[in-house]
Design a protein around this ligand. Structure first.
Ligand code: TXA
Ligand code: MG
Length: 313
């Protein structure tokens, strides 16, 4: 089925329309500070199933649920002191906490893929907060791209991938962080890093005063952990100081490239530009060479996304 996808402005009318559509069980993409999310009422089985259909996503991937604040989060999960500590330090913001579900949570089992836990996030951006408040519902939202493709950081990216498959996209401009949220599992004995993302692991470790555990690689708990996630159509080659003939070159710092993630070598700027640069270079339809990016701070998440983009598939 093809829908006439509406583009909604980030104003009172656009927010009201987005909320009406979400409450009616429709799919609405909206900006967050990380990437655009493909939102649906997290308590509505049919609406959540429609997310998987629109993205062409494997069913075993659970979805992140977005709420307006920590109080709303506490209605859904078994809260803990560690959760409170991390929520106080990083919410609203680019951190997702995986916590045990609470009885009577009301979420569709499709959201959690049948797990006893759920990933929760309080997004910081105005448009996301306005949509969540107006809808008055927990909103399930994976990144608003077809499964396995580059994540969207503009409304145009969303439309390029999902036009005709979703009811609407709320156009709130460019996502400032540009990388998905960092995911921390709080359902075991040790807080565990499940996905590197928009908040550096070091910052979380500083807030906790302990090291984060690392995930067992044989267990896919987060789809970002599937090797060929975030893939452009073109082949990608990493740590390339010089492009081979026929390659387009993505630069960083002193390596200028055809376009650059950050001419000054600023990792925050590079994260914000990453997916937009990959979308632009992918449109050239030739192989992509990427300059080396340091592994410190946000560089860990940038390199993680680039390794997945470069993985054989
Ligand atoms: O920044 C973001 O996190 C964006 C924006 C839209 O909020 N969302 C996003 O969602 O990246 P998605 O669905 O593409 O990635 C969600 C991640 C998945 O890797 C999923 O497996 C993990 O969250 N996740 C959700 N619930 C989980 C759970 N119960 N246990 C482990 N991982 C979980
Ligand atoms: Mg995604």
């Amino acid at each position: 089925m093809t829908l006439a996808t509406e583009t909604l402005p980030h104003d009172a009318q656009g927010i009201a329309r987005a909320s009406t559509l979400l409450r009616g069980g429709n799919l609405v993409a909206f900006p967050t500070e990380t990437v655009y999310g493909l939102g649906a009422d997290a308590g509505n089985d049919r609406a959540v199933a429609a997310i998987f259909a629109a993205k062409g996503r494997p069913q075993f991937n659970p979805l992140i649920v977005h709420v307006t604040n920590a109080d709303a989060a506490r209605q859904l999960v078994e809260w803990s002191d560690t959760a409170a500590q991390l929520a106080a330090a990083f919410w609203p913001g680019a951190l997702t906490l995986v916590l045990p579900l609470r009885a009577g949570h009301g979420l569709s089992p499709l959201v959690t893929a049948g797990l006893g836990t759920v990933g929760l996030r309080v997004p910081a951006n105005d448009a996301a907060q306005a949509v969540l408040k107006a809808a008055g519902l927990p909103i399930a939202a994976p990144s608003a791209n077809p499964s396995g493709r580059i994540s969207p950081t503009t409304a145009q990216h969303v439309l390029a991938g999902l036009s005709g498959q979703i009811a609407a996209v709320l156009d709130g401009g460019v996502c400032p962080v540009g990388l998905e949220s960092t995911i921390v599992g709080l359902d075991g004995e040790t807080p565990t890093l499940l996905r590197a993302g928009g908040i550096p692991a070091e910052a979380i470790e500083n807030a906790l005063g302990t090291r984060l555990g690392q995930t067992a690689t044989d267990k896919i708990t987060a789809p970002g952990q599937m090797t060929s996630h975030y893939a452009p159509r073109a082949r990608v080659r990493l740590n390339a100081r010089v492009p081979h003939p026929g390659e387009v070159h993505l630069g960083f710092g002193t390596i200028p490239g055809d376009i650059t993630l950050s001419a000054t070598g600023d990792l925050t700027e590079a994260a914000a530009n990453l997916f937009n640069c990959l979308h632009l270079l992918d449109a050239q339809e030739c192989p992509i060479a990427v300059a080396p990016i340091p592994l410190t701070g946000l560089g860990a998440a940038i390199n993680d996304r680039l390794r997945r983009a470069a993985a054989p598939r």
